[in-house]
Design a binder for this molecule. Structure first.
Ligand SMILES: *Cc1c(COP(=O)(O)O)cnc(C)c1O
Length: 486
């Protein structure tokens, strides 16, 4: 056993500092005159007073307790935790990208504007859309933006449509975004094959349908084969089709939402195109639309003027307005641009082919050990059911916790909601066969443990810094400051 390390607050000694700065040689502003009285701190903040190395050790220690894609395999379904080339991080930090300001004169940021313009066009080409806005900061934000565009479109035709249809496998953000955008959501069930139930869809669609939101492949990892028919049903009723493209790992360079009949698409650049995703960092959820919706796109858009120079276009009278400060999360857009340029069209297609191959390899090797609710070929992810483990008193959650002991991040569990004891696995294209095999062997081992020594699994994790957390209380009564009474 390592001796317990002192906590940073216990190490605090009055007057100790973690910085070395020269004497201040500018006149300090009298804080009381610069800051309103009500906002002034009454008593000094209780911060630990420690030296520089101890601060560094404290934060390094905390970072080691975290699990990231650079620590190990992270097969989180619906979330695409893949290796993102480190060189894209370097590119995003180039001074010409990182040190500019969006309010600089256009002439001085031509390179950045060209990047945005090219990225817009690349994403439009990849999704089969007419034009793309890069403003939205995340997938959910893209959904909301897309729904506001759909509302503006219907209103421009003098129609008030109040309902958004989602399948029961939809990501939770879909109904949430629809609600925030002022629509009522209607859920349609999936059929026995995990596809949208067409009869139920026909019954749900009507003159009040604003849109159907769909993910294809859906969150079961299955491709909606009857997508063209689905599009017809919705379009015939005057509704639009919204494509949740958060996870585009399966279709890049192979299939385009625009060709399937979708009118609006969002992508999660932070899942599919570089940028480590997770942990609440910045993201980007660009939205692409078909021609009829272009006038409503957020402004300003980036344009190429007749003289070949790039600029902001504010002159868009029918725009829904701005949805994000400046031009979106620019650093994330730079990473996505670098990702697309590095792979090129052929490379992106290869990414998708390998993502699908890896998922099918794992699915077929793991299938004998679990219940498989939807057998057959999957796309970039697949679902298993851990309900057989229940015979031994073990639940999917316990198996997921046991994976932590072997250095794996667990897959997504209990989603989609229509699969009992669901495990949703997405290996991604960036893992070697050896890694996939090692994970498969570990999953099989845990199934055997559940059968022979269930207590071992029930008490997991055994090796992590913290054991089982009370997640419900943490979510309902979050303690967001440290307990030192700051
Ligand atoms: C992640 C995800 C979203 C939401 O994206 P955020 O960037 O987290 O807001 C929406 N739909 C699907 C299918 C997703 O996997």
């Amino acid at each position: 056993m390592k001796p317990e390390k002192a906590l940073i607050f216990e190490m605090s000694r009055p007057g100790r500092v973690a910085y070395s700065l020269p004497e201040c040689d500018v006149t300090e502003i009298e804080t009381s005159s610069a800051i309103p009285e009500a906002m002034l701190r009454r008593k000094p903040a209780e911060l630990p007073e420690v030296c520089e190395v101890d601060v560094i050790r404290h934060y390094t220690e905390l970072s080691r307790r975290n699990f990231g894609i650079d620590n190990g395999f992270y097969p989180l379904g619906s979330c695409t935790m893949k290796y993102n080339p480190k060189i894209n991080e370097d590119v995003a930090r180039f001074a010409g990208f990182a040190k500019i300001h969006p309010y600089q004169p256009e002439e001085s940021i031509q390179g950045a504007l060209e990047l945005l313009y090219t990225l817009q066009n690349d994403l439009a080409a990849l999704t089969g859309m007419e034009q793309v806005t890069l403003q939205p900061a995340a997938g959910a934000h893209g959904e909301w933006t897309g729904l506001m565009l759909i509302r503006a479109y219907h209103e421009s035709r003098g129609e008030t449509r109040t309902k958004v249809i989602v399948p029961d496998t939809s990501h939770g953000t879909n109904p949430a975004s629809a609600t925030v955008a002022g629509f009522e959501t209607v859920t349609v069930p999936s059929d026995a094959e995990g596809m949208v139930d067409l009869e139920a869809l026909r019954a749900a669609v009507g003159s009040d349908t604003a849109a159907l939101m769909l993910t294809n492949p859906n969150t079961l990892g299955l491709f909606e084969k009857r997508i063209v028919e689905i599009a017809e049903i919705v379009h015939d009723a005057g509704g639009l089709l919204y494509y949740d493209g958060a996870n585009s790992n399966a279709i890049m360079g192979i299939a385009r939402p625009g060709d399937m009949g979708f009118d609006v698409v969002h992508l999660n650049l932070h899942k599919t195109m570089s940028t480590p995703h997770g942990g609440g960092g910045p993201g980007a959820g660009p939205v692409g639309v078909k021609r009829e919706l272009v006038p409503f796109l957020p402004r300003p858009t980036v344009i190429r003027r007749e003289d070949g120079r790039y600029g902001w276009d504010w002159d868009r009278p029918r725009s829904i307005g701005r949805v994000k400060a400046y031009s979106g999360n620019f650093g994330i857009l730079v990473r996505a641009y670098a990702y697309i340029r590095t792979y090129g069209p052929e490379g992106l297609r290869r990414v998708s082919e390998l993502a699908v191959l890896n998922a099918n390899y794992m699915r077929s090797r793991l299938s004998p050990y679990f219940d498989v609710p939807y057998p057959g070929v999957c796309k970039h992810e697949f679902v298993l059911s851990g309900k057989r483990l229940k015979e031994h008193g073990v639940r999917t959650l316990d198996a997921a916790k046991r994976l932590l002991d072997f250095g794996y991040h667990p897959p997504t569990i209990y989603f989609p909601l229509n699969v009992e004891e669901c495990l949703m696995i997405e290996p991604t294209e960036t893992e070697s066969k050896e890694t996939l095999d090692a994970f498969i062997e570990t999953m099989i081992r845990i199934v055997r443990e559940a059968e022979t020594d269930p207590q071992l699994v029930l008490n997991a994790p055994h090796t992590t810094a913290v054991k089982r957390l009370d997640e419900a209380t943490a979510a309902r009564k979050p303690v967001l400051n440290c307990s030192c009474g700051v």
